[in-house]
Design a protein around this ligand. Structure first.
Ligand SMILES: Nc1nc2c(c(=O)[nH]1)N[C@H]1C(S)=C(S)[C@@H](COP(=O)(O)OP(=O)(O)OC[C@H]3O[C@@H](n4cnc5c(=O)[nH]c(N)nc54)[C@H](O)[C@@H]3O)O[C@H]1N2
Ligand SMILES: Nc1nc2c(c(=O)[nH]1)N[C@H]1C(S)=C(S)[C@@H](COP(=O)(O)OP(=O)(O)OC[C@H]3O[C@@H](n4cnc5c(=O)[nH]c(N)nc54)[C@H](O)[C@@H]3O)O[C@H]1N2
Ligand code: SF4
Ligand SMILES: [Mo]
Length: 759
């Protein structure tokens, strides 16, 4: 090895280590991280990190009824012992001064302490009264990708078969709905074909609309390790903002927000024009569609002619030659390509279409359904997949990937549940924004919110918050006050992470069990127990014959029979470190790659190339012709900037947990607005100056951040949405447009003006 090579390798190693530290991860995989308390623990209880959809396995160290330390589970294949800064500091979310310890009910305008009996009686009488006066559709449940699967399973069963409405939705609507609709419209079934194991197999990575370094830090660390060990690995990052993820990029496409459709159509055009397609794969495993109708391959090619790189260079802000280079890299013969994306694509009025376009690139090149070839939608919450997409926790879906609109599916469930099919409501319920709008309009009289904080996380809050105040609002929460519990009529104190037993399902189809390690404080109770008790008090005993979460799991497993979404049993989940479904028998090790043999046994034995997209009637995936359509609200003379919002490493959503951890709070005590240096200079704004961010809906005042960890392109500003202080709650400023197909809100693009505060 020459000197210069050694030096180059050393420098590269330095760069990736720095990237790792920026992600808050230890660079060494096998380090048994854990705070000082680790040596005091009497026992270690197996669980999963409370935060992101990565789904890192954890071991919680317990002493005298308290969690004294957390370390990464070395046997969990997701993280192999590694954790990020949020995972390491988990014990500190438990004992805090704002834990909600007793039920509260609103009396004379004030929330006052009450007994559980009093609180539950009030809920039951209100529900019965509303059923009599307004019928079942005046009642709704808004859940979360952070509950356990058993909790949402019970909630949706009681809402549907008990109350008699499909008005159950949840925050995954704000997060994953476009990914779900993207998978279903392309492959006929939800959830990705590959798993995280593809990271170590791939040669090329296409990260679009994902800030992996801050939002999925341990996956980022796996990618960094892989690139470190294989210097030829190439990474393309497409984001209108230079983020920490860009630190490891070979290509950075800092394009105009909302122009992903044009960008990916252009890549597809280059791939076809330059003969980089896999024609055998296209002919055998795909078909083409545009809108409602089928089209030919030639018609698709003709459609793409408008997206030649030269034609979209200006509107996307990416030079034509760069588009060609990344398309060639993506499609390079003999190389394996993995795409990963998250909210930059999903949270858009064309979220479904833009998901389709990533799948298109994989289908055109045949880079899917084999190790390292993966069209992988990253999941945000720890159990958005496991607890909501799989259990039927949205208004249009039923357990095990069934659909409300499908009578056969409804009848199957009625049979499993032992109820008359007429008790299964057939009308799809309110999606998230429709549900909160119905509250504003006085049509929704009772709303139960569990494990989510819509009073802070919905868009256009000035419009929706009064509706939450007006409706009879029940809030199941671990902390009080929050921006939602402050609006409640009843607050039910919830047991938190590791204070209850249940199952999470992460973004790679991995189902993992969390054991109970400690008792909840005060009178806090697991959400599962509360749901079961309320159902009983409402007279639906026969729907909830569950003493434990395992009882509910067993019934839920019955719903999975005959589908390809088969999950492992409790005894196995307790013993093993997560299993990726389908898990078809008690000795099945789980499925690495779906739709492909030898891994997926649901594929016909004689399927050509061992591949079958069995979710589709003809076994073929769809390549969609989807045109560029701009976001709903574009900058104009009065509101000349694009605003986008998102996350930072240290904080989790509405901050209820992470602002309780001193290390995380002190790292970033308040949110800010990132501005491009030229824009700032033109407006006389210096780093740290207070800046008004003004939209048609509201104004926030935040400190300017220039050349910070995220650097937006010119004409774009960025605000993380974690702040709880009203003047800095950016969701007041956001517009509530949503995708017509997925109903997911467009959190990622709206128009604002900015000015120095007081100027
Ligand atoms: N630290 C931390 N981690 C988290 C969370 C958290 O709150 N904190 N939340 C979890 C959850 S629920 C989720 S959903 C995930 C979200 O994970 P990510 O989606 O990775 O995070 P975001 O910051 O919301 O957005 C990602 C990027 O989208 C970019 N973007 C904006 N507009 C566009 C556009 O038009 N096109 C493209 N391509 N990109 C655009 C933004 O600049 C941003 O860098 O994170 C999960 N992990
Ligand atoms: N501006 C902007 N807004 C966004 C987004 C964005 O990118 N930009 N992203 C959207 C996305 S992707 C998401 S996922 C949502 C997330 O938005 P939310 O779900 O509203 O945010 P969280 O802070 O995760 O809320 C979870 C709540 O559950 C409580 N909790 C914790 N554990 C338990 C438990 O076991 N039981 C109960 N009952 N409560 C518990 C926590 O204290 C917390 O208040 O935000 C959406 N809003
Ligand atoms: S990467 Fe996500 S799941 Fe893993 S420790 Fe960090 S927050 Fe937890
Ligand atoms: Mo999310």
């Amino acid at each position: 090895m020459t000197m210069s090579l050694t030096r180059r390798t050393f420098l590269k190693g330095m760069a990736v280590s720095t990237a790792l530290l920026a992600a808050g991860c230890s660079p060494k995989r096998d380090t048994q991280q854990g705070p000082a308390g680790a040596k005091d623990a009497d026992k270690w209880v197996k669980g999963v990190c409370r935060y992101c959809g990565t789904g890192c396995g954890v071991l919680a160290g317990v002493k005298a009824g308290k969690i004294v330390a957390v370390k990464g589970d070395p046997d969990c294949p997701v993280n192999k012992g590694r954790l990020c800064i949020k995972g390491i500091t988990l014990p500190k979310i438990i004992q805090t001064k704002d834990r909600c310890l007793h039920p509260l009910i609103r009396k004379n305008g004030e929330l006052v302490e009450a007994s559980w009996d009093e609180a539950l009686d009030l809920i039951v009488s209100k529900v019965k009264e509303t059923l009599a006066s307004d019928g079942p559709d005046a009642i709704g449940f808004y859940g979360s990708g952070q509950t356990f699967a058993e909790e949402t399973y019970v909630a949706q069963k009681v809402i549907r078969a008990g109350i008699g409405t499909n008005n159950i939705d949840g925050n995954p609507r704000t997060c994953m709905a476009s990914a779900v609709a993207g998978f279903v419209s392309t492959f006929g079934e939800d959830e990705p074909s590959g798993t995280y194991a593809d990271i170590e197999e791939a040669d090329t990575f296409f990260l679009i609309g994902s800030n992996l370094a801050e939002a999925h830090p341990v996956l980022f660390s796996r990618l960094v390790d892989h690139k470190n060990a294989n210097p030829d690995v190439k990474i393309i990052v497409a984001d209108p903002r230079k983020t920490r993820t860009a630190d490891i990029a070979d290509y950075l496409l800092e394009f105009v927000p909302g122009r992903d459709l044009a960008l990916m159509n252009s890549m597809a055009q280059v791939i076809i024009e330059e003969g980089l397609t896999n024609e055998n794969f296209i002919n055998t495993h795909t078909e083409f569609k545009q809108g409602e109708k089928s089209i030919s391959y030639d018609e698709y090619k003709a459609f793409l002619q408008a997206y030649k790189p030269e034609a979209v260079a200006e509107s996307t802000g990416i030079p034509a030659e760069t588009i060609r280079e990344v398309a060639r890299l993506f499609a390079a013969p003999g190389k394996k390509t993995m795409s990963m994306w998250c909210m930059g694509l999903n949270q858009r009025t064309r979220g479904v279409w833009v998901n389709n376009l990533v799948h298109n690139l994989h289908l055109l090149t045949g880079k899917i359904c084999s190790p390292g070839n993966s069209s992988f939608s990253l999941t945000g919450q720890p159990s958005a997949c496991g607890s909501v997409r799989e259990t039927g926790g949205l208004s249009h879906i039923l357990p095990a990937h069934r659909f409300v609109a499908n009578k056969k599916h409804r009848d199957e469930l009625a049979e499993i549940w032992g109820i008359d099919p007429s008790r299964m409501p057939s009308k799809p319920g309110y999606h998230t924004l429709a549900m909160f709008k119905a509250a504003v309009e006085g049509k929704l009289k009772v709303l139960w919110v569990m494990c989510t904080n819509p009073g802070q996380s919905l868009p256009n809050l000035e419009y929706y918050r009064p509706g939450m105040e007006k409706t009879f609002l029940i809030v199941s929460e671990t902390y009080h006050p929050t921006r939602t519990s402050e609006l409640a009529d009843v607050v039910l104190p919830a047991a938190l992470w590791m204070e209850k037993e249940g199952v999470y399902g992460n973004g790679e189809r991995r189902t993992q069990h969390l054991a109970k390690a400690i008792d909840p404080p005060g009178e806090a109770r697991p959400d599962f127990d509360v749901l079961v008790e309320v159902a009983k008090r409402l007279g639906y005993e026969e729907l909830v014959p569950f003493k434990t979460t395992e009882d509910a799991w067993k019934e839920y497993q019955k719903c999975q029979e005959g589908t390809a979404m088969k999950l492992a049993s409790y005894p196995r989940l307790k013993k093993e470190h997560g299993l990726t479904w389908p898990v078809d028998s008690d000795d099945d090790p789980g499925t690495y790659i779906r739709y492909a043999r030898p891994w997926d046994k649901h594929v016909k034995e004689d399927a050509p190339d061992g591949i079958e997209f069995y979710g589709r009637p003809n076994g073929k995936a769809v390549i969609w012709a989807r045109p560029q359509v701009d976001p709903q609200e574009m900058p104009d003379a009065e509101y000349p900037f694009y605003l986008t919002t998102g996350r930072i490493l240290e904080h989790w959503h509405t901050g209820t947990m992470t602002f309780n951890v001193p290390e995380l709070k002190n790292a970033v005590p308040e949110m800010y607005v990132e501005i491009h240096p030229e824009d700032a200079q033109r407006l006389g704004i210096a780093d740290g100056d207070p800046v008004d961010v003004i939209s048609r809906r509201a104004t926030c005042t935040l400190k300017a951040r220039i050349n910070g960890r995220g650097q937006p392109r010119k004409g774009l500003v960025y605000v993380p949405f974690h702040d709880q202080v009203m003047e800095r709650m950016i969701n007041r400023v956001l517009l509530d447009a949503f995708d017509a197909g997925s109903k997911q809100p467009e959190y990622k693009v709206c128009a604002v003006n900015i000015q120095k505060h007081g100027a």
